[in-house]
Design a protein around this ligand. Structure first.
Ligand code: SF4
Ligand code: FES
Length: 330
């Protein structure tokens, strides 16, 4: 099926969502996603940050869709035309969604461990307003320890359900879910029961904000001062492919390796995440490549390969320069 997103045409398989079609193109036309997670079945459709405008429904029925649609939950039709960054309406709506998410989310980035890798923080920089119009008291919750390694700070939760899907799909015994309705909804571990199965730590990696954090890492270091390194070990439970985060010589945190959309490549087990904090436990592969748009890339001087289009332009510039020098030599 042919679909055009912000003027760029791509062919995709039937059944592909608009969001995934945009991801196949890549770059800044990809809508942000706070709740969709490609590795978690059924995720998406909760946060509305991925709204786009369908200006042409399909080749057969070219009428535009009457309302903005969630791109993670809408599949493409042949000949569909979609607008994301080229639509002022979408930008305005996204601003509204961010304002709505920030109604209850505290602006405590200076003391939040997720700062620097928080998707809501990025979104509020791009689309947020500088002041809130909300006059009511924000809802607050006490912090809850989920076992001795994970802490839930429900005050920061945006109810994206990703952690619930992790508990549902990755662990044998689900002890974690959302209770209540509307603004009384909250993540619960059913009377604060510890999640003690092998893959429970992945709730930390999938949480887009700082609601679920690694207690073994809390307040150890701002993430942009640490040095991320790819490493692996022969693990009987998971793939053993991780990112190690160093403070000097010490491994202060172990996480899954996240891609450009903040999704882990592989879910890792709790032994790798919490028990293997010595360099000698791992085979080091090399420094982790961090996009230079991320705050985590500050203090890292690795030379990233430029994207193909930039490489092409650089080659063109070099060829032009050579030709110019040849022509002006005599
Ligand atoms: S705790 Fe995090 S992952 Fe779970 S629903 Fe809230 S924001 Fe989403
Ligand atoms: S990512 Fe589509 S609704 Fe949340």
């Amino acid at each position: 099926m042919k679909v055009i997103i912000d003027g760029i045409t791509i062919d995709v398989e039937p059944g592909t969502s608009i969001l995934n079609a945009a991801r196949m193109i890549g770059g800044e036309i990809v809508p942000p996603a706070m709740c969709y997670y490609s590795k978690l079945e059924g995720s998406g459709g909760k946060c509305r940050t991925c709204l786009v405008k369908v200006s042409k429904g399909s080749e057969k029925d070219p009428r535009p869709m009457p309302k903005l649609v969630a791109s993670c939950r809408t599949t493409v039709m042949d000949g569909m035309e979609v607008q994301n960054i080229t639509s002022p309406e979408v930008k305005e709506a996204r601003k509204g969604v961010v304002e709505m998410l920030l109604i209850n989310h505290p602006l405590d980035c200076p003391v939040c461990d997720q700062a620097g890798e928080c998707h809501l923080q990025d979104l509020s920089y791009e689309h947020g307003s500088e002041a809130t119009r909300y006059e009511f008291e924000r809802r607050t919750f006490d912090r809850i320890d989920i076992g001795d390694k994970i802490q839930l700070h429900m005050t920061r939760c945006i109810l994206c359900y990703r952690c619930v899907y992790v508990a549902d799909q990755l662990t044998e015994k689900r002890e974690h879910g959302i209770l209540g309705r509307g603004d009384a909804s909250e993540i619960s571990t059913y009377i604060e029961k510890a999640i003690d199965n092998d893959f429970s730590g992945n709730v930390i990696d999938v949480c887009p904000v700082g609601a679920l954090t690694d207690k073994t890492f809390r307040f150890k270091q701002r993430v942009w001062f640490s040095k991320p390194v790819d490493a692996h070990r022969d693990c009987p439970t998971c793939t053993g492919k991780v990112a190690l985060w160093y403070k000097g010589e010490d491994v202060i945190r172990v996480t899954g390796r996240k891609d450009v959309y903040g999704e882990v490549e592989d879910f890792i087990c709790n032994t790798c995440r919490f028990e293997k904090k010595n360099t000698s436990d791992w085979v080091i592969e090399g420094p982790r490549q961090i996009s230079n748009r991320s705050v985590i890339s500050s203090n890292h001087y690795e030379q990233l390969a430029p994207p193909p289009v930039v490489r092409k332009n650089l080659a063109l510039q070099a060829a032009n320069k050579e030709e110019f020098e040849r022509a002006t030599k005599h």
